[in-house]
Design a protein around this ligand. Structure first.
Ligand SMILES: [Zn+2]
Length: 463
């Protein structure tokens, strides 16, 4: 029932803002009491969440939006301060020293979070929108999106530097040879708005540019604007390559952003012009070198890094799912065994039980140790992990020994058969030896009688 009430009220909240129909108001009050009743009766996270949501809605309509926001913001600040203190205490940050505390990324993150909360309460409400980035911090997939840029940041930055060098070279060539081709269409602000509304921003921009030390640019801008305003109605075209700086800015901004390179925004040349071929080569070179090769290299690095991070995450999750944390045995080792893998990691090698045991050993008085406890205490002191059952489990031992015995039996059988073979072979060998000696004797006898060598073939036949 509660889940039905809450979304209905939320929808109406957006439609009617602060004033609420009496019927809906009563419904909201009912929702508050129902949620309160539910929480008191059986306190569960979902029920508490619903109560908080309904109460916030009720507050918005009873007190108003801004006081509610201030109330929530103040509560959030208090919550965060308490969290930060407990965080520092849990991490032992005070014992590690202040330098380690400042360098700790997580501490800094929560500190910035707290500062944003304070700014939201005492500064402007819009600061709260920055807190949405907390979602990125909490969700690993989104964190990977950011990591895919930062992890190979060096190669991305270097490739971008290469792109900048190419843009610089192309703008120099453009400045020397194709100055007249850099004529871009601009949308001018109409005179009236420029004088009234746009003047402030325009002044700010122009003074900013001049203070930045680009004096030539300011003067050229001023020079360009005066005739521009006069001939505004007839043409919206503007020369954008009268100084090298303007050339670089144009090639950088328009060249990188258009799909076909800088050639897309330049004047279309006629084929009778002397520089027509040069323009074609210029446009094509820019397209191939900057747009196709360099930009795609940057994209490729980012996408590859993201794929790597995703596969790493999957591998990590798979290892956590299919491997026992304590002994490191995989799920398939428990196939056809008396215990399943789930029972094993829940009952036999429950990692929390190991943690409890370590805490027990640390808390317990050393004079009251039992035998195993003193053994483990000694191991922990030496940072030795040999007391963990590495690649072993009690439930697998008996079946393991059976398997070993089987193997030994197999080996014995094989050994016996090979022994028999060896005996056979040695018998045959001795027979052969006897025959050979006999042959030799016969040969000698024949040799003594002085017969020709063709008889030598005969003695071989019996062999
Ligand atoms: Zn295990």
């Amino acid at each position: 029932m509660l889940e039905l009430v809450v979304p209905n009220d939320k929808k109406n909240a957006w439609r009617t803002q602060r004033t609420l129909e009496p019927r809906l108001s009563a419904l909201l009050w009912m929702g508050v009491f129902a949620a309160l009743f539910l929480v008191v009766l059986m306190p569960q996270p979902l029920g508490i969440l619903a109560l908080v949501a309904v109460t916030i809605l009720r507050l918005i309509f009873s007190v108003g939006l801004e006081p509610t926001l201030f109330l929530l913001g103040a509560f959030n600040v208090c919550n965060k301060i308490i969290f930060l203190i407990s965080f520092v205490g849990n991490r032992g940050t005070f014992t590690r020293g202040y330098k380690a505390m400042v360098m700790d990324f997580e501490f800094l993150y929560h500190l910035i979070y707290l500062i944003i909360c304070c700014l939201g309460v005492f500064g402007h409400v819009f600061f709260y929108s920055l807190l949405l980035f907390d979602l990125v911090y909490r969700e690993e997939t989104l964190l990977n999106v950011i990591k895919s840029v930062t992890r190979n940041g060096r190669s991305i930055v270097l490739t971008a530097v290469l792109a900048l060098i190419l843009v610089y070279l192309f703008s120099i060539v453009g400045y020397i040879f194709f100055k007249d081709d850099f004529i871009l269409e601009v949308d001018r602000i109409s005179n009236a708005t420029q004088n009234s509304g746009g003047s402030l921003a325009g002044e700010f921009l122009s003074t900013g540019m001049c203070q930045g030390g680009i004096d030539e640019n300011c003067s050229t801008n001023a020079q360009q604007e005066e005739p521009g305003i006069d001939s505004e109605d007839e043409s919206n075209m503007e020369r954008t390559c009268d100084s090298l700086l303007m050339c670089i800015v144009t090639v950088l901004s328009h060249g990188l952003r258009s799909g076909g390179g800088v050639g897309d925004v330049l004047r279309k040349p006629s084929k009778e012009e002397p520089l027509f071929a040069a323009r074609v080569i210029y446009d094509l070179l820019f397209f191939f070198m900057v747009i196709i090769i360099v930009l795609n290299l940057i994209f490729g690095v980012i996408i590859d890094t993201f794929a790597d991070l995703r596969s790493e995450k999957q591998k990590k999750e798979e290892i956590l799912k299919t491997t026992c944390f304590i002994c490191g045995l995989e799920r398939d080792k428990f196939d056809n065994k008396t215990v399943t893998f789930e029972e094993h990691i829940k009952e036999e090698h429950n990692m929390w039980h190991y943690l409890y045991f370590i805490v027990l050993v640390k808390v317990k008085d050393s004079t009251e140790y039992t035998g195993p406890e003193s053994y483990v205490a000694e191991m922990i002191k030496e940072h030795n992990l040999d007391w963990f059952p590495r690649m072993r489990a009690m439930s697998l031992v008996s079946s393991d020994s059976e398997g070993e015995q089987n193997e030994i039996r197999n080996l014995q059988e094989k050994l016996e058969s090979t022994m028999r073979l060896v005996v056979n072979l040695s018998g045959q060998l001795t027979e052969l030896k006897e025959q050979m000696t006999e042959q030799r004797k016969q040969k000698q006898r024949i040799g003594l009688l002085g017969h020709p060598p063709h008889l030598n073939i005969n003695p071989q036949q019996p062999a």
